[in-house]
Design a protein around this ligand. Structure first.
Ligand SMILES: [Zn+2]
Length: 374
Protein backbone atom coordinates (compact mmCIF):
# COMPACT_ATOMS: atom_id res chain seq x y z
CA UNK A 1 0.00 0.00 0.00
CA UNK A 2 1.35 3.39 -0.91
CA UNK A 3 2.46 5.56 1.97
CA UNK A 4 0.15 8.51 2.65
CA UNK A 5 0.99 12.20 2.73
CA UNK A 6 1.11 13.86 6.15
CA UNK A 7 -0.45 17.19 7.12
CA UNK A 8 0.98 19.14 10.07
CA UNK A 9 0.36 22.81 10.80
CA UNK A 10 0.19 24.63 7.47
CA UNK A 11 2.06 22.02 5.38
CA UNK A 12 1.15 18.78 3.63
CA UNK A 13 4.12 16.63 2.73
CA UNK A 14 4.20 13.72 0.30
CA UNK A 15 6.41 10.69 1.01
CA UNK A 16 10.04 11.32 0.08
CA UNK A 17 9.77 15.09 0.54
CA UNK A 18 10.54 17.72 3.16
CA UNK A 19 8.70 20.94 3.98
CA UNK A 20 9.05 23.96 6.24
CA UNK A 21 6.00 25.53 7.83
CA UNK A 22 4.56 26.59 11.15
CA UNK A 23 1.91 25.86 13.74
CA UNK A 24 -0.48 28.70 14.48
CA UNK A 25 -1.07 29.18 18.23
CA UNK A 26 -3.01 32.47 18.35
CA UNK A 27 -2.52 36.21 17.96
CA UNK A 28 -1.41 38.83 20.50
CA UNK A 29 -3.14 42.14 21.27
CA UNK A 30 -1.59 44.00 18.33
CA UNK A 31 -2.24 41.03 15.97
CA UNK A 32 1.29 39.66 16.15
CA UNK A 33 0.83 36.03 15.21
CA UNK A 34 2.20 33.34 17.48
CA UNK A 35 3.67 30.71 15.15
CA UNK A 36 6.00 27.87 16.07
CA UNK A 37 8.30 26.93 13.18
CA UNK A 38 8.13 23.39 11.88
CA UNK A 39 10.34 21.22 9.66
CA UNK A 40 8.82 17.95 8.41
CA UNK A 41 10.89 15.23 6.74
CA UNK A 42 8.46 12.61 5.48
CA UNK A 43 10.32 9.48 4.50
CA UNK A 44 9.53 7.52 1.36
CA UNK A 45 9.28 4.33 3.41
CA UNK A 46 7.39 3.33 6.53
CA UNK A 47 9.05 3.64 9.93
CA UNK A 48 8.72 5.38 13.29
CA UNK A 49 7.59 8.95 13.83
CA UNK A 50 10.24 10.94 15.68
CA UNK A 51 9.88 14.42 17.19
CA UNK A 52 13.12 16.41 17.39
CA UNK A 53 12.36 19.42 19.52
CA UNK A 54 14.66 22.20 20.75
CA UNK A 55 14.60 25.49 22.61
CA UNK A 56 11.70 25.08 25.00
CA UNK A 57 13.89 27.60 26.81
CA UNK A 58 14.85 30.57 24.64
CA UNK A 59 18.16 31.11 26.39
CA UNK A 60 19.21 27.70 25.01
CA UNK A 61 19.03 28.18 21.23
CA UNK A 62 21.99 26.02 20.12
CA UNK A 63 19.84 22.91 19.58
CA UNK A 64 18.20 24.56 16.56
CA UNK A 65 21.59 24.73 14.82
CA UNK A 66 22.40 21.16 15.87
CA UNK A 67 19.13 19.99 14.29
CA UNK A 68 19.58 22.10 11.13
CA UNK A 69 22.99 20.51 10.54
CA UNK A 70 21.72 17.00 11.24
CA UNK A 71 18.63 17.23 9.04
CA UNK A 72 20.61 18.66 6.11
CA UNK A 73 22.26 15.23 6.04
CA UNK A 74 18.94 13.33 5.88
CA UNK A 75 17.60 12.46 2.42
CA UNK A 76 13.79 12.12 2.65
CA UNK A 77 13.82 9.72 -0.32
CA UNK A 78 15.88 7.29 1.77
CA UNK A 79 14.28 7.96 5.16
CA UNK A 80 12.13 5.30 6.84
CA UNK A 81 9.44 6.99 8.91
CA UNK A 82 8.82 10.67 9.60
CA UNK A 83 10.68 13.42 11.46
CA UNK A 84 8.58 16.21 12.96
CA UNK A 85 11.13 18.83 13.96
CA UNK A 86 10.38 21.82 16.20
CA UNK A 87 13.77 23.58 16.29
CA UNK A 88 12.49 26.73 18.04
CA UNK A 89 9.60 25.53 20.17
CA UNK A 90 9.24 28.72 22.22
CA UNK A 91 9.84 31.56 19.72
CA UNK A 92 9.16 34.64 21.86
CA UNK A 93 11.54 33.37 24.53
CA UNK A 94 14.23 33.51 21.82
CA UNK A 95 13.17 36.85 20.33
CA UNK A 96 12.74 38.88 23.51
CA UNK A 97 14.18 39.27 26.98
CA UNK A 98 17.42 40.75 25.81
CA UNK A 99 18.94 42.14 22.69
CA UNK A 100 20.50 39.73 20.24
CA UNK A 101 23.72 40.48 22.11
CA UNK A 102 22.43 39.24 25.45
CA UNK A 103 19.68 36.99 24.07
CA UNK A 104 16.77 34.93 25.22
CA UNK A 105 14.73 34.12 28.26
CA UNK A 106 13.98 30.82 29.93
CA UNK A 107 10.27 31.68 30.05
CA UNK A 108 7.79 32.96 27.48
CA UNK A 109 7.83 36.77 28.00
CA UNK A 110 4.15 37.03 27.06
CA UNK A 111 2.98 35.37 30.30
CA UNK A 112 6.25 34.58 32.16
CA UNK A 113 5.53 30.81 32.09
CA UNK A 114 8.06 28.03 31.51
CA UNK A 115 7.01 25.95 28.49
CA UNK A 116 8.61 22.94 30.17
CA UNK A 117 6.19 23.09 33.13
CA UNK A 118 2.77 23.23 31.43
CA UNK A 119 2.40 19.93 29.54
CA UNK A 120 0.19 18.74 27.95
CA UNK A 121 -1.13 22.30 27.90
CA UNK A 122 -4.72 23.50 27.66
CA UNK A 123 -6.77 25.46 25.17
CA UNK A 124 -9.59 26.40 27.56
CA UNK A 125 -8.93 28.81 30.44
CA UNK A 126 -5.17 28.63 29.87
CA UNK A 127 -2.38 31.16 29.39
CA UNK A 128 -0.74 31.56 25.99
CA UNK A 129 2.12 29.20 26.93
CA UNK A 130 -0.48 26.56 27.82
CA UNK A 131 -2.24 27.12 24.47
CA UNK A 132 1.10 26.66 22.69
CA UNK A 133 1.79 23.43 24.56
CA UNK A 134 -1.67 22.11 23.67
CA UNK A 135 -1.18 22.88 19.97
CA UNK A 136 2.28 21.26 19.93
CA UNK A 137 1.04 18.27 21.92
CA UNK A 138 -2.03 17.50 19.82
CA UNK A 139 -0.73 18.42 16.37
CA UNK A 140 2.82 17.09 16.68
CA UNK A 141 3.97 15.24 19.78
CA UNK A 142 1.04 12.86 20.31
CA UNK A 143 1.59 11.54 16.79
CA UNK A 144 5.16 10.50 17.62
CA UNK A 145 6.70 7.28 18.90
CA UNK A 146 9.88 8.97 20.17
CA UNK A 147 10.87 12.48 21.23
CA UNK A 148 14.30 14.03 21.78
CA UNK A 149 14.23 17.31 23.73
CA UNK A 150 17.33 19.51 23.20
CA UNK A 151 18.61 21.96 25.80
CA UNK A 152 22.02 23.62 26.14
CA UNK A 153 24.31 25.21 28.69
CA UNK A 154 22.50 28.58 28.38
CA UNK A 155 24.38 31.73 27.39
CA UNK A 156 26.67 31.25 30.40
CA UNK A 157 28.23 27.82 29.79
CA UNK A 158 29.61 25.58 27.09
CA UNK A 159 28.64 21.91 27.22
CA UNK A 160 29.56 18.56 25.72
CA UNK A 161 26.72 16.45 24.30
CA UNK A 162 25.15 14.71 27.30
CA UNK A 163 22.07 12.50 27.62
CA UNK A 164 19.71 12.85 30.59
CA UNK A 165 17.43 9.81 30.52
CA UNK A 166 14.56 10.26 33.00
CA UNK A 167 13.45 6.76 33.91
CA UNK A 168 10.63 5.43 36.05
CA UNK A 169 11.80 4.61 39.62
CA UNK A 170 12.54 0.91 39.85
CA UNK A 171 15.49 1.19 42.29
CA UNK A 172 14.50 3.27 45.39
CA UNK A 173 18.10 4.31 46.22
CA UNK A 174 18.60 5.83 42.79
CA UNK A 175 15.32 7.72 43.00
CA UNK A 176 16.45 9.39 46.24
CA UNK A 177 19.76 10.35 44.65
CA UNK A 178 17.97 11.90 41.68
CA UNK A 179 15.73 13.96 43.96
CA UNK A 180 18.70 15.15 46.04
CA UNK A 181 20.52 16.35 42.91
CA UNK A 182 17.80 18.96 42.51
CA UNK A 183 18.34 19.36 38.80
CA UNK A 184 15.85 20.62 36.29
CA UNK A 185 12.72 18.59 35.70
CA UNK A 186 12.89 16.34 38.76
CA UNK A 187 10.03 16.11 41.22
CA UNK A 188 6.37 16.06 40.40
CA UNK A 189 4.47 19.27 41.06
CA UNK A 190 1.29 17.26 41.25
CA UNK A 191 0.71 13.53 40.84
CA UNK A 192 -0.23 12.26 37.43
CA UNK A 193 -3.66 10.73 36.87
CA UNK A 194 -2.27 8.48 34.12
CA UNK A 195 -1.97 4.82 35.17
CA UNK A 196 1.21 3.08 33.98
CA UNK A 197 1.67 -0.58 34.87
CA UNK A 198 4.94 -2.01 36.19
CA UNK A 199 5.43 -3.92 32.94
CA UNK A 200 4.93 -0.70 30.95
CA UNK A 201 7.39 1.12 33.22
CA UNK A 202 10.04 -1.55 32.72
CA UNK A 203 9.52 -1.60 28.95
CA UNK A 204 9.69 2.20 28.78
CA UNK A 205 12.89 2.27 30.87
CA UNK A 206 14.52 -0.23 28.50
CA UNK A 207 13.65 1.92 25.47
CA UNK A 208 14.82 5.15 27.15
CA UNK A 209 18.10 3.49 28.13
CA UNK A 210 18.73 2.17 24.60
CA UNK A 211 17.96 5.60 23.11
CA UNK A 212 20.29 7.34 25.61
CA UNK A 213 23.19 4.99 24.82
CA UNK A 214 22.62 5.24 21.06
CA UNK A 215 22.73 9.06 21.16
CA UNK A 216 26.45 8.53 21.67
CA UNK A 217 27.33 11.14 24.26
CA UNK A 218 30.41 10.30 26.32
CA UNK A 219 28.36 10.93 29.50
CA UNK A 220 24.86 9.69 30.31
CA UNK A 221 23.17 10.70 33.56
CA UNK A 222 20.65 8.02 34.50
CA UNK A 223 17.94 9.26 36.85
CA UNK A 224 15.03 7.35 38.26
CA UNK A 225 12.13 9.38 39.63
CA UNK A 226 8.37 9.64 39.30
CA UNK A 227 7.78 11.55 36.08
CA UNK A 228 6.80 15.16 36.50
CA UNK A 229 3.77 15.22 34.16
CA UNK A 230 4.15 18.99 33.63
CA UNK A 231 7.53 18.51 31.93
CA UNK A 232 7.59 17.43 28.30
CA UNK A 233 9.67 14.32 28.96
CA UNK A 234 7.47 13.27 31.90
CA UNK A 235 4.29 13.84 29.92
CA UNK A 236 5.67 11.78 27.01
CA UNK A 237 6.74 8.85 29.23
CA UNK A 238 3.30 8.73 30.85
CA UNK A 239 1.64 8.64 27.41
CA UNK A 240 3.85 5.92 25.91
CA UNK A 241 6.05 8.23 23.82
CA UNK A 242 9.72 7.36 24.45
CA UNK A 243 11.44 10.59 25.59
CA UNK A 244 15.09 11.58 25.86
CA UNK A 245 16.32 14.90 27.25
CA UNK A 246 19.73 15.93 25.91
CA UNK A 247 21.94 18.96 26.28
CA UNK A 248 24.60 20.07 23.83
CA UNK A 249 26.54 23.26 23.25
CA UNK A 250 26.04 26.63 24.86
CA UNK A 251 27.23 30.19 25.18
CA UNK A 252 25.02 30.97 22.14
CA UNK A 253 28.12 29.96 20.23
CA UNK A 254 29.30 27.75 17.43
CA UNK A 255 31.95 25.33 18.68
CA UNK A 256 32.91 21.70 18.06
CA UNK A 257 30.03 20.44 20.23
CA UNK A 258 27.50 21.56 17.59
CA UNK A 259 28.79 19.08 14.99
CA UNK A 260 29.15 16.43 17.70
CA UNK A 261 25.49 17.02 18.58
CA UNK A 262 24.48 16.70 14.92
CA UNK A 263 26.27 13.33 14.72
CA UNK A 264 24.52 12.24 17.94
CA UNK A 265 21.18 13.21 16.36
CA UNK A 266 21.95 11.04 13.33
CA UNK A 267 22.84 8.26 15.80
CA UNK A 268 19.23 8.36 17.04
CA UNK A 269 18.02 7.93 13.44
CA UNK A 270 20.47 5.05 12.90
CA UNK A 271 19.39 3.38 16.15
CA UNK A 272 15.72 3.58 15.11
CA UNK A 273 16.63 2.20 11.65
CA UNK A 274 15.27 5.37 10.03
CA UNK A 275 18.55 5.80 8.13
CA UNK A 276 21.27 3.29 7.28
CA UNK A 277 24.46 2.88 9.26
CA UNK A 278 25.52 2.10 12.81
CA UNK A 279 25.80 4.75 15.54
CA UNK A 280 29.13 6.65 15.58
CA UNK A 281 30.20 6.34 19.23
CA UNK A 282 33.04 7.91 21.22
CA UNK A 283 35.91 5.76 22.48
CA UNK A 284 34.38 5.61 25.92
CA UNK A 285 30.87 6.14 27.21
CA UNK A 286 29.88 6.14 30.86
CA UNK A 287 26.49 6.13 32.55
CA UNK A 288 26.44 7.62 36.06
CA UNK A 289 23.70 7.82 38.64
CA UNK A 290 25.24 10.85 40.34
CA UNK A 291 25.96 14.12 38.58
CA UNK A 292 26.53 17.56 40.03
CA UNK A 293 24.92 20.69 38.62
CA UNK A 294 27.18 23.13 40.47
CA UNK A 295 25.74 26.59 41.04
CA UNK A 296 27.23 29.53 42.88
CA UNK A 297 26.25 30.76 46.34
CA UNK A 298 27.47 34.29 45.66
CA UNK A 299 27.45 36.93 42.94
CA UNK A 300 30.31 38.78 41.33
CA UNK A 301 32.63 38.05 38.42
CA UNK A 302 33.55 34.44 37.72
CA UNK A 303 37.18 33.78 36.89
CA UNK A 304 37.72 30.23 35.68
CA UNK A 305 41.00 28.55 36.54
CA UNK A 306 43.23 28.48 33.46
CA UNK A 307 43.58 25.02 31.97
CA UNK A 308 40.30 23.59 33.27
CA UNK A 309 39.06 22.44 29.87
CA UNK A 310 35.68 21.19 28.75
CA UNK A 311 35.76 17.40 29.12
CA UNK A 312 38.67 17.51 31.60
CA UNK A 313 39.00 15.01 34.42
CA UNK A 314 38.79 16.79 37.77
CA UNK A 315 39.50 15.61 41.30
CA UNK A 316 37.34 16.18 44.36
CA UNK A 317 38.44 19.47 45.89
CA UNK A 318 40.07 20.74 42.71
CA UNK A 319 39.63 24.47 42.11
CA UNK A 320 37.47 25.19 39.04
CA UNK A 321 37.30 28.96 39.44
CA UNK A 322 36.54 31.85 41.78
CA UNK A 323 33.72 34.33 42.16
CA UNK A 324 35.38 37.64 42.95
CA UNK A 325 34.15 41.11 43.83
CA UNK A 326 34.70 43.04 40.58
CA UNK A 327 35.49 46.18 42.58
CA UNK A 328 37.73 45.07 45.43
CA UNK A 329 39.15 41.77 44.08
CA UNK A 330 37.94 40.04 47.24
CA UNK A 331 37.26 36.33 46.65
CA UNK A 332 33.57 35.73 47.40
CA UNK A 333 33.70 32.03 46.69
CA UNK A 334 36.17 29.36 45.66
CA UNK A 335 34.38 26.87 43.42
CA UNK A 336 35.82 23.39 43.93
CA UNK A 337 34.62 20.17 42.41
CA UNK A 338 32.72 18.20 45.08
CA UNK A 339 33.47 14.89 43.30
CA UNK A 340 36.02 13.09 41.16
CA UNK A 341 34.58 13.46 37.73
CA UNK A 342 34.43 14.71 34.16
CA UNK A 343 33.69 18.36 33.44
CA UNK A 344 30.69 18.18 31.13
CA UNK A 345 29.86 21.90 31.18
CA UNK A 346 31.65 24.99 32.48
CA UNK A 347 30.94 28.67 32.88
CA UNK A 348 32.46 30.89 30.17
CA UNK A 349 30.85 34.21 31.18
CA UNK A 350 32.22 36.70 33.67
CA UNK A 351 29.22 38.24 35.50
CA UNK A 352 27.35 35.86 37.78
CA UNK A 353 24.43 36.17 40.20
CA UNK A 354 23.91 33.88 43.19
CA UNK A 355 22.66 30.54 41.85
CA UNK A 356 24.39 30.97 38.50
CA UNK A 357 25.69 27.91 36.66
CA UNK A 358 29.37 27.13 37.34
CA UNK A 359 29.75 23.56 36.03
CA UNK A 360 28.25 20.15 35.38
CA UNK A 361 30.42 17.32 36.73
CA UNK A 362 29.68 13.65 36.04
CA UNK A 363 30.72 11.71 39.17
CA UNK A 364 33.14 9.02 37.97
CA UNK A 365 32.78 7.21 41.32
CA UNK A 366 29.12 6.62 40.42
CA UNK A 367 29.49 4.78 37.11
CA UNK A 368 26.70 2.20 36.67
CA UNK A 369 27.50 1.22 33.07
CA UNK A 370 30.30 1.82 30.64
CA UNK A 371 31.41 0.88 27.16
CA UNK A 372 34.92 1.29 25.84
CA UNK A 373 36.33 0.59 22.41
CA UNK A 374 38.65 -2.39 22.69
ZN1 LIG B 1 16.45 24.11 29.24
Amino acid sequence: MARASISVGNVTVTPGERAYGSLYCGSLAARTEVRVPLHVVHGAENGPTLCLESTLHGWEPVGAEVLRRALQRVDPRRLRGTILCLPLANPFSVEFGGTIESAGLRVNPVDALDLNRVWPGKLEHGWLTEHMAAVLWHEVIRRCDYLVDYHDGTGACDELPVAFPHAFPLHPGRAQRAAAAGADGVGATEPSDVEVSDAQRRAMNDKIRALAIAFGASVIWWREHEPNPATLSGCCALHGIVPLVVEVGGGHALDRTVDQGAECTLNILRHLRMIDGVPVLPERQIMVDHYVVYRSRTGGYYLAEPGVALGARVKAGQLLGRVIDPLTSEVNEECRSPVNGILVSRRIKLPINPGGYIAHIADTDAVIWERATA
